[in-house]
Design a protein. Sequence first.
Length: 259
Amino acid sequence: MVTSPNQPEWIDSHCHIHDERIPEGPDGAVATAMEMGVHTLVTVGCDRTTSEAAIDVASRHDNVFATVGLHPHDAVQGVHTIIDLLSTPGIVAIGEAGLDYYYEHSERDIQKAAFAEQVQLAHEYKLPLVIHSRDAWDDTFDILDAEGVPEHTIFHCFTGGTVEARRALERGTVLSFSGIVTFKSAPEVQEAAQLCPLDSLLVETDSPYLAPLPHRGKINRPAWVPHVGQFIANLRELPVTEVAAQTAKNTRRVLPGIA
């Protein structure tokens, strides 16, 4: 795929291109992303079925990498349903795992137990951890403190403000920003993106969810991660090439399996 020599190269640190809603399908989404300068994608599992689908897509593309995890929505299924998949060659992280008290599709105690178990597995398998935390900051940090923060830990689709950002950064984690940072209704997320040291910042689409401006309301795709990066570059008054290069470097550091 030929791209402009002046086009920044991006990494979408978190997407779900195995999702059937992705426009053009997984293979088409990868090709279109490449045309837009998104040269590496991390496709993220949320339960056994989606983790297997992520592994399948990654097996077909040298620039796509898979994670295995149990999302808090699916915590009721039990972490035992995904453990054997962690031995799949090429898995780059555990997750997304965490707590979601906004929807509470699984009871809180079940969520907390599943999250703690996946933190333990990240230590056991020496894999990075990808965290989903929504309206559950105190319990998220309490579990991380109790189990020990894995060496490489990502707060994906960061939705907190500066207080939560500082708490996460103090624990040595990195923050990944999605299309939410471009929304006028998310000034606290924008403040966190300004506070976050550039060497602790990642960009993602979380596609097919959360399309960034100017595509808000549409089905998201990895090709649109440059919109997230451009917004952050403007917010921080930095050249977009610097943001692209540094976030790609950060992603390769925190997810060594894609380096």
